[in-house]
Design a protein around this ligand. Structure first.
Ligand SMILES: [Zn+2]
Length: 265
């Protein structure tokens, strides 16, 4: 019975990841993907799946960034997979910037995401990766979008857009259709215990989003995928922030502008 349940949830998550990858054309067979295995434990779960999917693309490469404190190894087919340990320093730098959110009146979750992504863009250049994969689940991505709306900013999804990204790595979210609940089920069945790191988000709001989605399945996703139309944005108005690589209406997104200000003071 447990085996059956395990099989179901493992397959369900894999199906959702594969569907997102193909629907949004996230990867091509020659990509070098740099996966940041943070936040945890989602990052480790995604690392396991991407390592498996990577095997099907002999010319692709996968670099997995794992926080120093986590023990993680890819068991099979290591040829095209490289694991890089990233120091706690990176995360404490991000956390420090997040503390300034109120002072500058920007959303905290988005501010820390922009700070993390700016670091990741630098790392991607170093390892010559052309894609960054983040383990953001549907709940977290919806939270980040609503956080922006509340602050009067335009929420734009990190989906492949028809815009030039120049020297930046394109950000992909293979877990965009996976819910937090799926991850919890997966971990409880597998018995893997990873310490959950606290995220700079309002948990209550995530719960509300989950409830809304429970009431009307698909509502969040429907909203997110229609943001550009609802906000009456023209695709030519959307550019890529030159620091974090997220879609933006300006050369530097609101959050990266604040990060620049913080670092210069
Ligand atoms: Zn930015």
């Amino acid at each position: 019975m447990i085996m059956r349940e395990e099989d179901d949830i493992v397959k369900k998550i894999e199906r959702k990841i594969r569907r997102a990858i193909s629907k949004f054309h996230m990867y091509t067979p020659i990509d070098h993907i740099m996966l940041c295995a943070y936040p945890l434990p989602e990052g480790i779960v995604l690392a396991e799946y991407l390592a498996r999917i990577e095997r099907e693309f002999p010319r692709s490469k996968l670099t997995i960034l794992v926080p120093e404190i986590i023990s993680f190894n890819v068991k099979e087919h290591q040829q095209n997979i490289r694991i890089i340990r990233i120091s706690e320093e990176v995360f404490s730098r991000v956390a420090k910037i997040a503390e300034e959110a109120n002072k500058y009146n920007v959303p905290r979750g988005n501010l820390s995401l922009a700070a993390l992504l700016s670091e990741l863009q630098r790392l991607a250049r170093e390892v010559e990766a052309n894609k960054i994969a983040l383990p953001l689940t549907a709940d977290i991505e919806a939270y980040l979008a609503f956080e922006k709306v509340i602050y009067g900013h335009t929420p734009l999804l990190d989906m492949p857009l028809k815009v030039k990204i120049n020297a930046l790595a394109r950000i992909t979210l293979p877990m965009i259709n996976v819910s937090n609940e799926d991850i919890r089920k997966f971990l409880s069945i597998k018995g893997d215990i990873y310490e959950e790191l606290e995220l700079p988000i309002e948990e209550d709001i995530v719960q509300w989003i989950n409830k809304l989605e429970e009431r009307s399945p698909g509502i969040i996703y429907g909203y997110l995928s229609n943001v550009e139309r609802i906000m009456e944005l023209k695709s030519e108005e959307i550019v890529i922030c030159e620091s974090c690589g997220r879609p933006s209406l300006n050369k530097l997104c609101n959050e990266c502008r604040v990060i620049k200000l913080i670092s210069s003071t």
